[in-house]
Design a protein around this ligand. Sequence first.
Ligand SMILES: Nc1ncnc2c1ncn2[C@@H]1O[C@H](COP(=O)(O)OP(=O)(O)O)[C@@H](O)[C@H]1O
Ligand SMILES: Nc1ccn([C@H]2C[C@H](O)[C@@H](COP(=O)(O)OP(=O)(O)O)O2)c(=O)n1
Length: 260
Amino acid sequence: MKINIAINGPASSGKTTIGKKLSEKLEYQLIDSSVFYRYFAKKFYLNNIIQINEIYLFKDEMLNNPFYHLKEIEHVNTQFYQDLTISQRASEIAKVQEIRSIINEIIQIITKKKGFVVLGRDATTKILPDAKIKLVLDAEIETRVCRRVKQILDVEREAKIQQSSQLNNLTELEIIGKVLSDILKRDFDAYELILEAKKVATIINTSNLSIEQVLAKILRHVYWYNFSNDNLLHVIIFMIIFFILIRSQPIKLFGLFKIE
Ligand SMILES: Nc1ncnc2c1ncn2[C@@H]1O[C@H](COP(=O)(O)OP(=O)(O)O)[C@@H](O)[C@H]1O
Ligand SMILES: Nc1ccn([C@H]2C[C@H](O)[C@@H](COP(=O)(O)OP(=O)(O)O)O2)c(=O)n1
């Protein structure tokens, strides 16, 4: 039986990486709520004004054809992932409660059918408080900074080969400084949401775990949930029959003990 899985966590704790692998393994659909914020920042933030009416129209359209729009949103995000202006606008948009509610409602409606992995700062608390599995991925700030720096340097190495480098004159130390201040700012913005999430979800500290180990841990949660859920009825029926039998006639079990 398919369920929904909600994953929170601070920046660079591994949500996107683990979310992708988990959804592929379980053949679930992945929804990352942050892509909505960036998409809205790209499409509905014109001349420094958030086009709220357009957002409502988009919501109706999206609910008519959710999977088409999810693909479009992901496509736009892949194009503008590195765009700093879009990121800044996304974090402004994320402060508007009305927009947060719209995004949460869209995701809640789409995920009613189950079989989704949902990522985001309020995935376990506001978006899917009833998800059968709720997780917070966490890691110390040093670990998260190292991961993000490594990620940027890997992308940069690739870009240099294609001569499209964006960080031409930055030293490694400057990159570390930028990443650290970005992560501190994100931690500050998400502080309350992550704190709330930690109260309702299972926390997995990924600092000393590889990506494969984190994935294996989560899969154990999912298999155990499915096992206990699928077999609970069988165990109850077995116990009832067992007690009826031992009450109605004396039986000897494997010669180990006798009940009369
Ligand atoms: N457990 C882990 N061990 C090592 N590196 C990791 C781990 N989890 C994620 N990463 C790496 O950290 C970086 C940031 O992960 P990402 O999934 O983008 O985080 P988030 O979505 O939470 O911001 C990526 O380069 C990813 O490969
Ligand atoms: N559930 C969510 C998801 C994203 N956001 C905001 C936070 C960021 O400004 C943008 C972009 O998300 P991004 O994945 O880059 O942010 P974090 O990894 O959560 O720091 O969206 C949010 O406020 N709530």
